[in-house]
Design a protein around this ligand. Structure first.
Ligand SMILES: CC(C)(COP(=O)(O)OP(=O)(O)OC[C@H]1O[C@@H](n2cnc3c(N)ncnc32)[C@H](O)[C@@H]1OP(=O)(O)O)[C@@H](O)C(=O)NCCC(=O)NCCS
Length: 220
């Protein structure tokens, strides 16, 4: 059966509990980096038309939703999840592209940002035109950072006065995406991302020690 990706609507409310369970299981397995959400919150996102869902028949296989911060100056595409049996097939990339386009439509002037420890997400974000930044470039909205409380690494974020953590911050500013043909090719954007990391060694060095994935990225 074919996987269909669409903007979620009322008919998808029934999947909220399954989606929360998928997110929770992934968070436990990774032990880091995914904010827990209640089904009511996911339902609200669905009703507001701020979510993208991937379905294979009646089976939910992927999801992502939009959150806005700082009076919608910043927008995040959060809660990205792909069912374990459907990973490494390009599904996350399709979902992220769909939620990115929906974000641009709903919030054309917002900076789209994310924080992640996931190499897959860093790759997808780079291809969409996100650039890696220090946390000082991200929203200062307390409500966003409160979402980190359920992460096992929250103590690190607090210890560094919210300046850095194991996640890498990435931002896409609106003018980067006005013309599709001006976007760097995916291979170029990934190379640019790695170049940025090596140039910013001073900033990222502590992360490299704490989180060897940064070193892994630089070697790739
Ligand atoms: C992260 C996640 C969404 C990726 O989903 P996916 O459908 O497997 O990703 P895709 O197949 O679209 O892969 C996108 C790119 O990332 C790469 N990739 C996928 N999984 C990877 C992994 N575990 N490690 C390194 N790279 C990976 C792919 O090779 C692909 O790269 P390419 O463009 O060079 O070919 C999925 O693993 C997941 O749901 N994980 C648990 C939840 C999670 O971590 N969410 C992110 C929170 S920020």
């Amino acid at each position: 059966m074919q996987v269909v990706i669409s903007v979620a609507d009322h008919s998808h409310e029934k999947y909220a509990v399954t989606i929360c369970n998928m997110i929770e299981e992934a968070a436990q397995l990774r032990g880091t980096g995914i904010s827990k959400r209640k089904p009511e919150y996911i339902q609200t996102k669905i009703i507001e038309g701020k979510a993208v869902i991937a379905l294979e028949g009646e089976k939910v296989v992927g999801f992502c939703y939009i959150e806005s911060w700082d009076n919608a100056k910043f927008v995040a595409n959060s809660g990205l999840i792909v069912h374990p049996d459907y990973r490494q097939t390009g599904l996350a990339k399709k979902i992220k592209t769909a939620i990115f386009e929906l974000s641009r439509k709903k919030f054309p002037d917002a900076k789209i940002f994310g924080i992640t420890t996931s190499l897959a997400v860093m790759k997808i974000n780079s291809e969409l035109g996100y650039k890696p930044v220090t946390f000082s470039e991200l929203t200062t909205d307390e409500k966003f950072w409160k979402g980190c409380e359920s992460c096992t690494n929250y103590d690190i974020l607090m210890r560094t006065d919210r300046k850095m953590c194991l996640c890498t911050g990435m931002v896409c500013i609106p003018q980067n995406n006005t013309k599709q043909d001006e976007k760097p090719k995916s291979s170029q954007s990934w190379e640019q991302f790695k170049k940025f990391l090596s140039q910013q060694k001073k900033v990222f060095l502590p992360k490299g020690i704490l989180y060897p994935k940064i070193n892994k990225i630089l070697k790739k």
